[in-house]
Design a protein around this ligand. Sequence first.
Ligand SMILES: Cc1cc2nc3c(=O)[nH]c(=O)nc-3n(C[C@H](O)[C@H](O)[C@H](O)COP(=O)(O)O)c2cc1C
Ligand code: SF4
Ligand code: FES
Length: 577
Amino acid sequence: MNEEVKNKIIEIMGRYPKKESALMPALTLVQKSKANNLSKEDVAEVANLIDVSLSRAYGVATYYSMFNVDKGVGKYHLQVDTNIPATLMGALEIFNYLSEKLGIKHGETTSDGLFTLSKVECLASCGTCPVVQVNDKYYELMTKEKVDMLIDSLRKGIMPDLPVEYNWKSQCNVLLKNRGVENATEIEVYKETGGYKTLAKALTMKPQDIVTEVRESQLRGRGGAGFPTGVKWGFVPKDTGKPVYLVCNADEGEPGTFKDRQILAYDPHLLIEGMAISAYALGAKLAFIYIRGEFGWIAEILEKAIAQAKKDGKLGQLDNIIVHQGAGSYVCGEETALIESIEGKRGLPRMKPPFPAVEGLYGCPTIVNNVETLASVPYIVENGAEAFKKWGSEAGYGFKLFGVSGAVNKPGVYECPMGVSYDELIEMAGGYKGNITGVIIGGLSVPILTAEELKKGPGLKMDYESTLDYGTNLGSGGVMVISDEFNIPEIAARTIQFYNHESCGQCTPCRMGSGMIVNLLTRVAEGKGEPGDLDKVLWYCDNIKGNTLCPTGEAYATPIKSMITKFRKDFEQLITI
Ligand SMILES: Cc1cc2nc3c(=O)[nH]c(=O)nc-3n(C[C@H](O)[C@H](O)[C@H](O)COP(=O)(O)O)c2cc1C
Ligand code: SF4
Ligand code: FES
């Protein structure tokens, strides 16, 4: 490693309470300096510098999919996301076109060492799929023509700019209020619209009064589980003598979810203000933003905004907010795996209890909240709990970002009051494109609804209770609309392939069960299934659910079961023996 990289790593080690936390940032830096590749010798050098065992460093370097240890990746690594929303929006066609054009398959590199082609999982860009990530850069809404332009340009050594227009709209004007404002990522622009005034107000309040206000607003976590935020904050034990940490979960890993990046990339100061207020309420002096590794370009936006806020004295009582980049692991979105990852380890979920609020990062009380949750806090502190509750109902209060992808005319991000009707949301997204067979409304880990189910009953509302009444879950609010262009068995097979790929492997039911289901559903989808296969899958689903260490097992067992039970005929038609 060169001196510049070495000095940077030493500087990063000094940022964290424990230097081991610098392991992932160090591997990322070294990989960048080595044309996107890492060798075993590089890993050993990093281990030596940070003073961790080689086995630990190697374990970390080979756990996260973005570290290319001895993979021999070419100058341009073309990563085509082929998860479900991407497939619904034509990604496989783009992948096949690239494969033909370059004469290479998944995981292969062209003989001149210029291009490596890979299929990857959801890149949190589902509204603008098909997306191809080239090294650190996203190319969205790709077409064959744009692929031609991209490859021609890369062959000349130029990473082109191919900007895209996003669809978005706001009915509440809170979380997306600065979307579309020029230079909104600059602190001066943010302040012009009243930014950081709420922080000043919060700092005149008693911390406990802020916790009470947030609890009374009944804000529920927007990361997927919907746990009441104020209640969680109340679990932080008092006077333990240990520091309290605040961690913002910006992993945005759930397929179908691409909402947090709207705040992170377009209004970073809103999140920073929310974090400064929350940290003050919780008594935290150090905070972290754990951001998925593929969002390296957004991490840069955040770091710049944090530096501006720090310089301007806008972090409240926080000494710093550290942006910690992941490196390609879905399970690291789970809060305890995320904590392990910040500690410089493989992202393996921990057994709970103890819950992070009591014993989290470095064994200290830690609050993990989603980006959208923390960005909602300034509104509540500024306007009060009652104002927040003017939106929605007991079934869920406030405003919410919904991402709509798949078979709609305007896939995009829409800010609506909690409880907006599903039909209205689809209307905002430009209406259906084609004949709809099913919809997954809360990210890939919630049960599918059939088009018929959506027509029945009082009409689905996008809140915590109505979705339960319809037998599904609000989850992260990532709505994926499926048309009859796609068959559900193929979608089910691809779904379980994703979870099997991401399973951290700690518990047998999840590790082995997901593998068994992959084998069964893949052969069914390929028309090679046998009678009894579907019942075997259902048996596995029933026995995985409730028997795993973290919620990932249930996160696939439940939707897979719903696809088979609701679309059984489609599966059976493929079993012809
Ligand atoms: C496998 C798995 C992946 C998750 N991914 C995310 C994620 O990408 N972003 C997120 O905010 N929460 C994610 N969560 C939920 C977190 O564990 C945690 O509940 C959340 O960050 C808490 O924040 P909230 O209360 O503000 O929602 C995930 C959970 C699981 C089980
Ligand atoms: S359920 Fe899966 S992802 Fe979660 S700890 Fe077990 S093996 Fe890991
Ligand atoms: S970014 Fe393409 S599937 Fe999510």
